[in-house]
Design a protein around this ligand. Structure first.
Ligand SMILES: *[C@@H]1O[C@H](CO)[C@@H](O)[C@H](O)[C@H]1NC(C)=O
Ligand SMILES: *[C@@H]1O[C@H](CO)[C@@H](O)[C@H](O)[C@H]1NC(C)=O
Ligand SMILES: *[C@@H]1O[C@H](CO)[C@@H](O)[C@H](O)[C@H]1NC(C)=O
Length: 356
């Protein structure tokens, strides 16, 4: 009896492995949870629960979110965000729940949690400008989440979830556009050039990833900057992209790849990947036809599509487009679901497939 038990134990893993091969299904997703930090590009609704003017929990935001019955959720888009599509691609839920939603429970948050806050940046001063969550506050909430996960799943299982989870970090645009170029605050005011300020932001990004690693993160998708000079609000009169902003974004991205290379060599077990946003978004803006897009210069929301966003993009905004599927941008700054989906596909195909 004892002998049988022991051999069963010894062979059980092999039997399970064979069953998995036979059924063609992995026993468990390799990425059990998607954990998100950043700004409005990835905030699935946390700002609904803090006191800030940076919000989108009203129509017509969310109008094409079929899974949410076309209701606004606090996503700055007409539908789902890149992180929602990525979550689904990993076999996780199709919508990533915002951590601050009081109705979110640990059974749903165990498969993914979003700590991002629209308006946030790597620089504390950027987030403070609009009273949104700094990255460090986002990290504090993550620590609270990890503790809750330990009571919910038990120490061992929670440890496995936190180690195998994919951590996605996306921000930086607000540091340049809301802070440096608009109303330089705090650190931004101390740097003579945008490139020098970019160096400061890279330092903050590096500290953040080191802090995540110290808390157990191993798989990290650290996203670069988009072609921010091509956002409708930043385009010149006539619609041309502001090349100066794009050059700053590209220089930052070169620096970010160097930071990632260094961190991968230094941090034990780290698998940090560079999340290319610039390439796929430029490709969509440069070849709209291949993506089914007809307008890549103005946002769908409002009469001009050049300044309407947040409260200025509302149910009474006249001339909001009928079919946002033909637009790259939903409002003056934020991508449509169509562009988010294209970005998620590109990220899965070129980078994140290594974690599948
Ligand atoms: C947890 O939240 C999910 C999603 O909102 C819901 O479907 C589920 O019923 C909740 N579970 C409990 C135990 O409250
Ligand atoms: C940003 O704020 C956090 C606390 O919220 C603090 O620990 C950190 O030192 C600040 N960073 C800088 C560069 O001031
Ligand atoms: C990603 O790969 C899928 C499947 O191979 C393909 O259909 C899709 O066009 C690719 N998308 C991008 C953006 O590369």
């Amino acid at each position: 009896m004892l002998y049988t038990n022991m051999s069963l134990r010894r062979y059980a893993p092999i039997i399970i492995l064979q069953l998995c091969i036979l059924s063609g299904e992995p026993a468990e997703a390799k990425v059990p949870a998607l954990i998100v930090f950043g700004d409005s590009t990835v905030d699935t609704g946390n700002n609904n629960y803090i006191s800030t003017v940076v919000r989108s929990d009203f129509a017509p935001y969310g109008r094409d979110l079929r899974l949410g019955n076309g209701q606004p959720t606090g996503r700055f888009s007409n539908g789902r965000l890149t992180v929602d599509f990525i979550s689904e691609a990993f076999g996780l839920p199709p919508l990533v729940p915002p951590y601050l939603d009081p109705s979110a429970n640990m059974s749903s948050l165990a498969a993914g949690a979003c700590f991002a806050s629209a308006g946030a940046g790597y620089d504390n001063a950027t987030s403070d400008l609009l009273s949104v969550l700094t990255i460090w506050k986002q990290l504090d909430y993550f620590k609270e989440y990890a503790a809750k996960l330990r009571s919910f799943q038990g120490e061992e299982k929670a440890q496995e979830t936190l180690t195998e989870a994919l951590y996605l970090v996306s921000m930086g645009t607000n540091d340049f556009l809301e802070n440096y170029y608009a109303v330089p605050h705090g650190n931004a005011a101390k740097y003579p050039t945008a490139a020098a300020y970019g160096g400061y932001l890279l330092g903050a990004a590096e500290s953040f990833v080191r802090a995540l690693h110290a808390l157990g993160a191993r798989k990290v998708d650290l996203n670069g900057m988009p072609p921010m000079g091509c956002l409708p609000m930043e385009r010149a009169l006539g619609g041309a992209c502001t090349e100066e902003y794009n050059a700053v974004a590209e220089e930052y991205n070169v620096g970010l790849r160097a930071v990632i290379g260094r961190l991968n060599g230094e941090l034990s077990g780290a698998r940090i990947v560079y999340g290319d946003v610039y390439g796929p978004v430029s490709d969509a803006l440069g070849h709209p036809g291949s993506y089914g897009l007809e307008n890549v210069e103005a946002g769908c929301c409002g009469a001009t599509g050049r300044f309407e966003m947040g409260y200025l993009c509302n149910a009474r905004s006249p001339l909001t487009c009928a079919d946002a599927g033909k637009f790259a941008f939903w409002d003056a700054i934020h991508a449509t679901e169509r562009l988010h989906h294209a970005l998620a596909d590109a990220k899965m195909n070129t980078t994140l497939h290594v974690f599948l």
